[in-house]
Ligand binder design. Structure first.
Ligand code: HPA
Length: 452
């Protein structure tokens, strides 16, 4: 991707972080190990909730850790601060929006299971979220992956964390995390109830974030640090001070586990077959060098009658290995819709004809499409949870489709007034405006890779 992609402002050395770590108590120091790092306070990200809890900072830290580009959330907000669960889980949707695929949620928790001590580290294998409101209430299904009723059969991945702990020779347990609303700690009777229900630890975060990440298709990992025995199980009373001190004491071990965890993910990524290998064994580096350069001209037009159909078309131009220029018209379609949607469909159509990763320059006369990328509007919309005020941003599905279509390619957008420079200028306009009368059709079964 070029700089004109959706994660314009959220990269490290030009790379988008694929892994996010939510730093609970005790893991703050991890952010200090980041290399090539930069940070942004939550206050500068539209819609991002800001913590009011003492000891919880509020910033996203980007950087390289164990050789991987990562983003750390230093500070999270809790339901007990008065935020809705929708706000509490905003950061997860945001991280997903900037391209994060795996999330590690960490927390401090009270130990319930017999044998758990201050300093026990638990890899979360499942959770009980029934004592807090669902984070999906008040959101449209589209905002959390598209399905209203989300499956929660397997939320957490435990394998990588357990392997990381083993490799570091640090003992960990696997168990169940139960979330309460807080901010008060539990009563001993409640702790007995939670134990009966199968909880191993109790805390005031994590399950709603995990559920949201799961709905969005992210790989979720969870780590609890037992900072105290839950009420009634230890001596004395509970205090936030005690929790913070115990978390800090476990910090060194947690940091080691997380660094090793990231190394394992990096190894998994390096060992995994690349997309091109899956598609037929081509060597990625060789493929990069020989990436074809494509120019994609697009056009979309809607009729003045808002109920009338519009049409779109796209033209691809590329040179083959002998330098000969080829032009291709993509399929075209029509819809009862607006110019902007037509333009996006043309771009999606054009990109989806490319069978292999290409360098694509999209020439479009749609300022909406161009600015969304070149001015970072798309990033802002993602940051705002795809909302403007209370309204979902229209076209969100198409934007997602377009990002997906762009993914394999290096895409640059160029604005051209009225298709200046387009050798198929009139044809492109004609395609766009006559598509409505003719209906969708395919010019040819043409694929770039088959033509050179
Ligand atoms: N209960 C709830 N949340 C907690 C606890 C606890 O005992 N310890 C740390 N966070």
């Amino acid at each position: 991707m070029t700089e004109h992609n959706n994660s314009l402002d959220y990269k490290i050395n030009g790379k988008s972080p694929k892994v996010a770590i939510v730093l609970g108590s005790g893991l703050g120091p991890l952010a200090e190990s980041l290399e090539d790092s930069w940070e942004i306070p939550y206050t500068e990200i539209p819609g991002f909730p800001v913590s009011t809890v003492e000891g919880h900072e509020g910033k996203l830290c980007f950087g390289m850790l164990s050789g991987l580009p990562v983003v750390c959330m230093k500070g999270r907000v809790h339901y007990y601060e008065g935020y809705s669960m929708r706000d509490v889980t905003f950061p997860v949707r945001f991280l997903h929006g900037i391209g994060v695929e795996q999330i590690l949620l960490t927390n401090a928790a009270g130990g319930i299971r017999d044998g758990f001590k201050v300093g026990t580290i638990m890899v979360i294998e499942d959770h009980i979220s029934s004592f807090v409101p669902s984070p999906f209430i008040g959101l449209s299904a589209e905002e959390y992956g598209g399905k209203r009723f989300v499956d929660m059969t397997k939320i957490y991945n435990t394998e990588t964390l357990v392997r990381a702990a083993d490799a570091e020779k640090i003992a960990v347990e696997k168990g169940i995390y139960l979330q309460t609303t807080g901010p008060e700690y539990e009563s001993p009777a409640e702790v007995r109830m939670f134990r009966t229900l199968g909880a191993d630890v109790v805390g005031m975060s994590t399950t709603v974030e995990a559920a949201m990440a799961n709905a969005l298709g992210m790989k979720v990992h969870g780590l609890s640090c037992v900072t105290n025995l839950a009420a009634g199980l230890g001596k004395g009373v509970l205090s936030h001070e005690e929790v913070k001190i115990a978390a800090d004491r476990t910090s060194e071990k947690l940091v080691r586990i997380v660094k090793r965890f990231l190394s394992l993910i990096r190894e998994e990524e390096e060992g995994a077959p690349s997309a091109s290998e899956v598609n037929g064994g081509a060597d990625t580096s060789a493929e990069k060098k020989s990436m074809k350069e494509i120019t994609l001209f697009t056009d979309g037009a809607a009729r003045s009658n808002p109920d009338g159909p519009g049409g779109y078309g796209a033209v691809l131009i590329y040179k083959d290995s002998t330098g000969k220029e080829h032009t291709m018209e993509t399929s075209q379609g029509y819809e009862k819709t607006t110019n902007n949607r037509m333009e996006m469909m043309a771009v999606i159509e054009g990109l989806s004809l490319l069978k292999e990763p290409c360098k694509v320059t999209v020439h479009s006369d749609s300022q909406y499409v161009i600015n969304a990328f070149n001015k970072g509007w798309l990033t802002k919309w993602i940051a705002a949870g795809w909302k403007r005020g209370k309204d979902p941003v229209k076209n969100v599905d198409l934007w997602k489709k377009m990002l997906k279509a762009m993914e394999p390619h290096e895409v640059t957008f160029v604005w051209v007034r009225g298709h200046v420079g387009n050798p198929l200028n009139e044809r492109c306009d004609e395609l766009a405006t006559t598509a409505a009368d003719k209906g969708p059709w395919l010019v040819d079964e043409v694929y770039i890779s088959g033509n050179s």
